[in-house]
Ligand binder design. Structure first.
Ligand code: PGA
Length: 252
């Protein structure tokens, strides 16, 4: 089944609104020139409104980096699914930095995925094992348990409604990417079968599964050559227009 590749940039806590606009303007022509690939940028929350105006009808989608599951109320500092959906098509959920630095649990991630879907957003659900878990041979177990915890009991209207990002924690921001072959094997033997267990084989084959962790313009093509890898979630390299456009080109 043909899955349209998705190249997503996670800008994390970088760029003021003015800087974010400049970066988006700089990369937009290059991204628009890449056909057959879905492109997505996820700036900090303060930049969502101006970027949604810039990117409207541009062929580049907009995503948030987080949300809270309640619709409104006394939740200081949080953004509701409806607030995010006002500007975005996508939302990153369960990034390892949120899990490790902000105490997000599997149960939180489950609520956030369900709330995002209910608001019409497409979650980019992040899963991945730590170095310690990897070295203990627990990658497969961690991935399937994170996926099941995040998705069990949540229905999908279609395979396009959700994106999964496999991000081994040890590969994020380290310059030490996983190998494309190892990644492909994990996606084929663990991620897709787990998704098939939840949603059936047809949906699992239609869902996009990204790789994330030290992807750059030089190594992206090797990942995208793998049949199970449907794109990338890019951190550091998404803050440089030429790098991010290079990654998008490699997916085309
Ligand atoms: P990185 O980050 O590309 O800087 O390794 C990836 C991510 O955290 O999504």
């Amino acid at each position: 089944m043909a899955r349209t590749p998705l190249v997503a940039g996670n800008w994390k806590m970088n760029k003021t609104t003015a800087e974010a606009l400049r970066l988006a303007e700089e990369m937009l022509p290059g991204l628009q020139a890449v056909a057959g690939v879905e492109k997505l940028v996820c700036p900090p929350a303060t930049a969502l409104m101006p970027l949604s105006a810039l990117l409207h009808n541009s062929g580049v989608a907009l995503g948030a980096q987080n949300l809270y599951w309640e619709d409104s109320g006394a939740y200081t500092g949080e953004l509701s699914p409806g607030m995010v959906a006002e500007f975005c098509q996508y939302v990153i959920i369960g990034h390892s930095e949120r899990r490790a630095l902000f105490g997000e649990t599997d149960a939180d991630v489950q609520r956030k995925v369900a709330a995002a879907l209910a608001a019409g957003l497409r979650p980019v659900l992040c899963v991945g094992e730590t170095l310690q878990q990897n070295e203990a041979g627990q990658a497969a177990e961690v991935l399937s348990s994170q996926l099941r915890a995040a998705l069990e009991g949540t229905q999908l209207s279609s395979a396009g409604a959700l994106v999964v990002a496999y991000e081994p924690v040890w590969a994020i921001g380290t310059g030490k990417a996983a190998t494309p072959e190892q990644t492909n094997t994990l996606l084929r033997n663990v991620v897709r079968p787990t998704l098939a267990g939840l949603y059936g084989e047809a949906v699992a084959q239609g869902l996009r599964v990204l790789y994330g962790g030290s992807v750059n313009a030089a190594n992206a093509a090797d990942f995208f050559a793998m049949p199970e890898i449907d794109g990338a979630l890019v951190g550091g390299a998404s803050l440089k227009a030429d790098e991010f456009v290079g990654i998008a080109k490699a997916a085309g």
